[in-house]
Ligand binder design. Structure first.
Ligand code: ATP
Length: 456
């Protein structure tokens, strides 16, 4: 998406010249002839870059004073000063006060475009670094090749390039935010910001100012809200069902009108933001209980995406473990481990109520406990007790004395039934993969299951 550029200069021919040159390069310029017009324009919507004349004759504030206010309100917004001939010293002092660069009048078109490109690129990189830091080593790749995960990937592929709003649902830790980030990364807005707001952790009192921002007076107390920050990109509203009613009403209006007012303000702010929201709660029952607006539900969830629980795609577990081990080794310097078959079987059979996040935490804990001894294999006995014990668990008590009272044929049948049920469960009902793992022909396994009365 091409960037908005604000040009502030008291000379109208300079404004028109700069605007024309930038427009030819595919940018969207707007202009202001004095400091008040500039502040009003910034107020209406944050641009991607400002060209600011140092002198600004006949204006309430000169360029440097205006620069200070811009830097206070929008520390990350790049400002390029336009300096008259012989006023380089002032331009240099502007750089000390936070300007990105300056161009000297009369300037060449090439220089102007080059500075604009560079300033925008530097600001994009800065944002990217900030974003990368904020999610530190978090994954940005959806790992797993189970049918459920493949299907999720297909839906994301289809939805991402459209501008459609998406509502991502699923239990905590299944990868809803990762899904939203992937949608953003694969969309035409990928170079724009991805802003996260968590409705569950923000109090009802601050929700509106976080989302819409605060107007303030004379540039004081002003705060940019998440919607404005996400202009040109994606706003991810996590746990949307936890939004207070009043905010629900207002966000619905934003979705209908595509603009909003800041807290305590009268200006209408127009933004271009794609909203992706998430919920780990059952929204239809929140609607039935009168806690969530049905019309908002329909507006947010133009495309609903459900991320399946990890227990519905156990085949992903080995690849996820491998992926997390690589990540953790990369950040901690701990040596990579092998996971013994018995441990893998337990990890794959566990139900994982905390889903992928819980699996990741466990992998991390196991690697830390295993310490620096790289030869040490992780076995089932090293797993924490809440993860469970070796499969098959024996609900009939087949592990104990009961088996001893039976003839070999009967005991074997009980064992086979429980062993095979557990293995099939582990591979989410996939007979081919179960057969491959237990070392049987697929057709022989089918016959065996039939004779034991499993799955029929
Ligand atoms: N398929 C996957 N491949 C790789 N990593 C994954 C996958 N799914 C989830 N993760 C990782 O698991 C962790 C939890 O995922 P995420 O934060 O996206 O879940 P969530 O559903 O948004 O959680 P919550 O409901 O608590 O907000 C993150 O570190 C994420 O990168």
């Amino acid at each position: 998406m091409s960037a908005d550029i604000l040009i502030v200069d008291d000379e109208s021919d300079i404004r028109d010249l700069v605007a024309g040159l930038l427009e030819d390069e595919g940018y969207r310029p707007r202009t202001a002839g004095n400091s008040d017009e500039a502040l009003a324009s910034l107020e209406a919507r944050r641009p991607g870059l400002v060209f600011l004349d140092i002198w600004l004759q006949g204006s309430r504030l000169d360029g440097l004073q205006l620069l200070d206010i811009i830097k206070e309100q929008h520390p990350d917004l790049p400002v390029v000063m336009i300096s008259g001939h012989g006023n380089i010293e002032t331009a240099v002092s502007a750089i000390r006060r936070g300007a990105y660069d300056f161009i000297e009048k009369p300037f060449k078109a090439d220089r102007l475009i080059l500075v604009a490109d560079r300033a925008l690129e530097a600001s994009r990189l800065k944002r990217e670094v900030k974003d990368l830091r904020s999610r530190s080593v978090q994954a940005s790749r959806i790992v797993g090749r189970s049918p459920a995960t493949n299907q999720l990937r297909q839906v994301i592929d289809r939805v991402a390039p459209t501008n459609a709003r998406v509502l991502v649902t699923g239990f905590p830790g299944v990868g809803k935010e990762l899904t939203a980030r992937t949608i953003h990364a694969m969309s035409s807005r990928s170079s724009g910001p991805f802003v996260v707001i968590n409705a569950a952790t923000i109090t009802p009192d601050t929700m509106e100012s976080e989302l819409f921002g605060v107007e303030g007076s004379d540039g004081k107390g002003r705060r940019v809200g998440a919607l404005e920050e996400a202009h040109g990109g994606t706003l991810y509203i996590d746990e949307v069902a936890d939004m207070p009613q009043e905010t629900q009403n207002r966000i619905l209006r934003v979705l209908v009108d595509q603009n909003f007012q800041r807290v305590g303000g009268a200006t209408r702010v127009h933004v271009d933001v794609r909203i992706v929201s998430s919920s780990s709660r059952d929204l239809p029952s929140a609607i039935a209980a009168g806690k969530f607006r049905e019309d908002l539900f329909h507006r947010l969830g133009v495309v609903p995406i459900r991320v399946p629980a990890l227990a519905e795609r156990r085949e992903d577990v080995p690849e996820l473990i491998e992926f997390f081990m690589d990540q953790i080794c990369g950040t901690t310097g701990l040596p990579k481990r092998t996971i013994a078959d018995d441990a893998l079987a337990v990890l794959q059979s566990h139900d994982w109520p905390g889903n992928v996040r819980q699996l990741r935490n466990n992998v991390e804990r196991l690697m830390i406990l295993a310490g620096g001894d790289s030869d040490m294999e992780i076995t089932a006995s090293m797993l924490p007790s809440e993860i469970g014990t070796l499969v098959p668990t024996t609900p009939t008590g087949a592990g104990g004395e009961k088996l001893m009272g039976l003839a070999l044929r009967e005991a074997r049948e009980i064992f086979e039934r429980e062993y095979l049920t557990a293995q099939i469960n582990r591979f989410s009902g996939n007979i081919s993969r179960t057969a491959e793992f237990i070392g049987m022909e697929r057709s022989a396994l089918h016959r065996k299951l039939k004779s034991l009365g499993i799955g029929s």
